[in-house]
Design a binder for this molecule. Structure first.
Ligand SMILES: *Cc1c(COP(=O)(O)O)cnc(C)c1O
Length: 365
């Protein structure tokens, strides 16, 4: 099979989504499955929907268009503030977007009117992460202005925690966010349908008990089964839905390396011991975000090469090496033109992959 490739096990994504949906439903929280980490891959999006997510979310309209072109009709939330030049495409493909800029909302409203559609606006509040959103004191006035525009409807409030500053979302900030809901409802005279409280980092802090929080936007937890802040696995979730497979193109044994007398005088080579060079590089993924199989260790990477120390074993050219990925490695690999995506579903995962018989493959630990 072609390398490098990402193997995706859809049954694990479906199960992760199902597990989180089952946990959050009793709390009155619905899940938006965030697909930006897989560039809006339609099969992954469908697995999320099969697992029960209520809607999909992506940061880029190009990814949303990819899902629409594949026939996905589920509601889509654009989770990044729209660019002015993309509003027509956005109102055509996304029912709702996260917003905090009145020029953008007005431009969206014009586009929605032109298209004969109503576009939902979730007003983003900045609760300490420092990335998107407006200060809490500005929200009510902004929401009233949204309500006055034709073509758009005030869908609700949103906040994002722990993206830019990597600080765990604390209960004080969440409480302050939720306390805005009745204030805005009073100022606007309408109930807010959506109270969108954050991302996978918020899962750890959820407590049973009635709050107005009714939506979380979950990417990393569904895709990789991990808490984005700590990198720790989340109980009950699969962490190995994605595997990156790359191929050895040069191998050197310790003995070959010790024959360093063969180097021209005055030159030395880095003492790497047994090492293998793989056809995978910085252009393909975040090589620092790969988890190494077995005893292999990372020695370095360049645009097109990955050098691994392979103690005690020389991996012959053609050997496939299998890596786990963190979110940043996954996101880059899924958008890299030279990495194939091979999708498997439950029945196929029980069969050996074709073409691997003679090769010694290494599984990520
Ligand atoms: C990426 C993103 C998410 C999803 O974050 P995860 O940590 O992957 O769950 C949610 N909301 C916004 C605004 C985002 O940009």
């Amino acid at each position: 099979m072609t390398t490098p490739r990402i193997e995706v096990d859809l049954s694990k994504i479906r199960q992760n989504a199902r597990h989180l949906v089952d946990q959050l439903t009793p709390l009155g929280i619905s899940v938006v499955g965030v697909t930006k980490g897989v560039c809006g891959h339609p099969d992954v999006a469908r697995a999320m929907l099969d697992g029960g997510v209520a809607a999909l979310g992506d940061a880029r309209v190009t990814n949303v268009e990819r899902m629409r072109a594949a026939g996905i009709t589920a509601p889509v939330l654009l989770i990044r503030t729209p660019m002015l030049g993309q509003v027509d495409r956005i109102v055509r493909t996304c029912g709702t977007s996260l917003n905090a800029d009145m020029d953008v909302v007005e431009t969206l409203a014009h586009a929605a009117c032109r298209a004969g559609r109503i576009h939902g606006i979730v007003v983003m509040v900045e609760m300490g992460d420092g990335r998107e959103g407006m200060p809490p004191s500005a929200v009510s006035r902004f929401a009233r202005r949204v309500m006055a525009l034709p073509g758009v409807v005030l869908a609700g409030l949103g906040a994002n925690f722990a993206c830019l500053n990597r600080r765990a979302p604390d209960r004080v900030a969440m409480g302050a966010f939720l306390s805005l809901v009745p204030l805005v409802e009073r100022a606007c005279g309408v109930p807010l349908r959506v109270v969108s409280g954050g991302n996978s980092a918020n899962l750890a802090g959820l407590r049973p008990g009635a709050t107005r929080l009714n939506e979380l936007r979950l990417g990393e937890s569904i895709l990789l089964g991990r808490n984005p802040l700590t990198g720790e696995p989340i109980a009950g979730l699969a962490t190995d839905a994605f595997t990156l497979v790359a191929e050895v193109i040069e191998s050197r044994t310790d003995a070959q390396r010790r024959g360093a007398g063969a180097m021209p005088e005055g030159l030395s080579r880095p003492d790497a011991g047994a090492a293998s060079l793989l056809a995978l590089g910085d252009q393909d993924t975040d090589t620092g975000g790969l988890s190494m199989p077995g005893l292999l260790t990372f020695l370095g990477s360049t645009s097109d090469h990955l050098l691994l120390r392979t103690p005690g074993q020389a991996l012959a050219a053609g050997t496939e090496v299998r890596f786990g990925l963190n979110y940043s490695a996954l996101m880059r690999a899924m958008s890299a033109p030279d990495i194939a995506t091979v999708v498997r579903d439950a029945p196929a995962t029980r069969r050996p992959l074709p073409g691997r018989g003679a090769q010694r493959d290494l599984e990520p630990t």
